[in-house]
Design a protein around this ligand. Structure first.
Ligand code: HEC
Ligand code: HEC
Ligand code: HEC
Ligand code: HEC
Length: 446
């Protein structure tokens, strides 16, 4: 073989090696690219704070179509799911616990975002005196109304009157800025509560926003003053104990308990506060959207599932992205929830005992007024901690350790309330009161 031939063979081999390397590199590069979202030109320009989600849907069909499914879900899980079952029928103790308040008449489980507007209009808890504030978490009309009217005027408008301007359930405008599609704080009450804590949400990371955007609505709140101004009670912090302390500081009550006049508080749905109170997942950097809005595929497109519901209905996609053994973690959820549920019932029994004892002590003209007052205060605190767990919609899963601590504290406070009532009336018989078990006695409730 001539020298020239030898060289050209070498060159040829060299070229082949280089080409193979380039090809391999290209393949590795392509393989490692994140899946591209479906390429599209925005079809329509979406106006700022557009209330009508179907208009956004023209640009984002996957998100919109999956979002619409929240109006069709009906499947229940052991403790949650998407039907609006009655908490009062499932657990008649709650009729006693909420006596004298709207929740003793009508208290149904939450369902999908598409239902929010219908459900707030249908609940028996709404009447002529209901303020417009009750629409705050139910409609995509809100961001624009808040900009136009200001939240103070919005809240001061009666529910029925404000309702004339509201025709959309929750929608894209509650979570996204139209121009950029970034996640935003839309509820002025959230922005103000964060500000009072010295926090500026515009500085939050994207992962933080995937949780904070839910705090527009899934939080504890109250209506401040005559104008029923929507306020988050977070000035002392967002744990149950700190929120209770806040209500103590301002002397707030939602209603007075019948016959005893205890100043009661109603907890709302503190999913955000419960989850962020040092739960395992929160501390590991997991967000609400990770479990409730997992990524799904439509052909080449990868998008966040906007069909928000119980993750137990699709644990493979909700939990499977991080946990290899989904069956095992779902079993863990069941164990946690059963334990929380049974502990919660025991706490309810303790509070119902306390209420009965206080009523009897109150009816006794010889009771010591100061001790009775202490008993009322203990009932108030016990019931707030219980309700904080009960009204939170995950049956303890979002933060099992903290939930069990709160229930233990609540039971302890309730038993102390019962003892104080017995002391006040100087009647040890009040310690013997045995809890009312409606399902065993078949008793008909008031
Ligand atoms: C680690 C996963 C995970 C994270 C993170 C998470 N959740 Fe959940 N969530 C669950 C599970 C599991 C349930 C229980 C569902 C059931 O009982 O059917 C649940 C229940 C709920 C429910 C009640 C659902 C129903 O079917 O009634 C709501 C509302 C909710 N979560 C909101 C939130 C919000 C808001 C956040 C963030 C502040 C959050 N979740 C964070 C897993 C998660
Ligand atoms: C309850 C709050 C909420 C509502 C309502 C909502 N989104 Fe989203 N959306 C999110 C979250 C959370 C993400 C994830 C964002 C991220 O990871 O940065 C997201 C992501 C997106 C994205 C980015 C791509 C993707 O899928 O991750 C688009 C586009 C989008 N949403 C469109 C819409 C449209 C259209 C609507 C109305 C039909 C809508 N969203 C309603 C919370 C919401
Ligand atoms: C604009 C207010 C608002 C925002 C923002 C919001 N939610 Fe909701 N959410 C509600 C209301 C109200 C309901 C109950 C609707 C009903 O029962 O009619 C609800 C219901 C739910 C349910 C129960 C669904 C079912 O099928 O049982 C889940 C789960 C949930 N939300 C999770 C989230 C998560 C996660 C986020 C953040 C990504 C979020 N929500 C953001 C107001 C909101
Ligand atoms: C984005 C990732 C992510 C997702 C999604 C996720 N988890 Fe987790 N999970 C974690 C991490 C991280 C831990 C902490 C692991 C550790 O510290 O050992 C954890 C821990 C747990 C634990 C043990 C908690 C404890 O305190 O013992 C359970 C149970 C669990 N996850 C259930 C679930 C369920 C059910 C889902 C779906 C509804 C889910 N997880 C979704 C990341 C995730």
């Amino acid at each position: 073989m001539s020298l020239i031939n030898k060289y050209s063979t070498l060159i040829l081999v060299g070229i082949i090696i280089v080409l193979a390397a380039v090809l391999a590199g290209t393949l590795i590069f392509m393989y490692n690219q994140p899946p591209q979202p479906r390429a599209f030109e925005p079809l329509v320009e979406i106006a700022a704070q557009e209330p009508d989600s179907s208009k956004w849907g023209l640009n984002f069909p996957n998100q919109y179509t999956s979002f619409l499914k929240t109006g069709q879900n009906t499947i229940d899980t052991t403790y949650g799911g998407s039907s609006a079952f009655s908490h009062l029928e499932n657990d008649p103790r709650q009729v006693i616990l909420f006596a004298g308040y709207g929740f003793s008449k009508d208290y149904n489980d939450d369902r999908g975002h598409e239902w929010a507007l219908t459900d707030v209009r249908e609940t028996k808890r709404v009447n002529e005196t209901t303020p417009g504030t009750c629409y705050s978490c139910k409609s995509a009309n809100n961001p624009r109304l808040w900009s136009e009217m200001g939240m103070a005027a919005y809240d001061a408008t009666p529910f029925a009157e404000l309702g004339l301007q509201i025709d959309q359930s929750i929608g894209c405008a509650n979570c996204h800025e139209a121009e950029t599609m970034r996640l935003i704080v839309t509820n002025p009450a959230l922005e103000e509560a964060l500000e009072r804590q010295g926090k500026d949400w515009t500085q939050f990371t994207r992962q933080e926003m995937r949780t904070v955007v839910c705090a527009n609505c899934h939080v504890e709140y109250y209506f401040a003053g005559e104008g029923k101004y929507l306020t988050f009670p977070w000035d002392n912090g967002t744990r149950a104990e700190e929120i209770y302390e806040y209500y103590e500081d301002i002397g707030f009550k939602d209603w007075a308990y019948p016959e005893t006049d205890a100043p009661m508080l109603k907890a709302q749905h503190p999913e955000f506060e419960m989850f962020t109170a040092d739960s395992t997942h929160y501390n590991a950097g997991v967000s609400c959207a990770d479990c409730h809005m997992p990524y799904v595929r439509d052909g080449a497109a990868k998008y966040s599932m906007h069909d928000i519901h119980s993750p137990l209905l699709n644990p493979e996609i909700s939990c499977g992205q991080c946990h290899t053994n989904t069956e095992d973690v779902v079993r863990r959820v069941n164990t946690i929830q059963d334990q929380v549920y049974n502990t919660k019932l025991a706490t309810e029994d303790a509070i119902v005992d306390a209420i009965t004892a206080i009523k009897l002590a109150k009816a006794n003209p010889n009771s010591d007024a100061a001790l009775l007052e202490e008993a009322l205060q203990l009932h108030r605190q016990a019931q707030f901690y219980w309700d904080y767990v009960s009204a939170e919609n995950s049956m303890g899963f979002h933060n099992p350790e903290y939930v069990l601590k709160l229930l233990a504290e609540s039971t302890n406070l309730a038993r102390q309330a019962q003892m104080k009532a017995a002391q006040a009336a100087n009647d040890p018989g009040l310690l013997e009161i045995d809890t009312y078990y409606p399902e065993e006695t078949g008793a008909v409730l008031p």
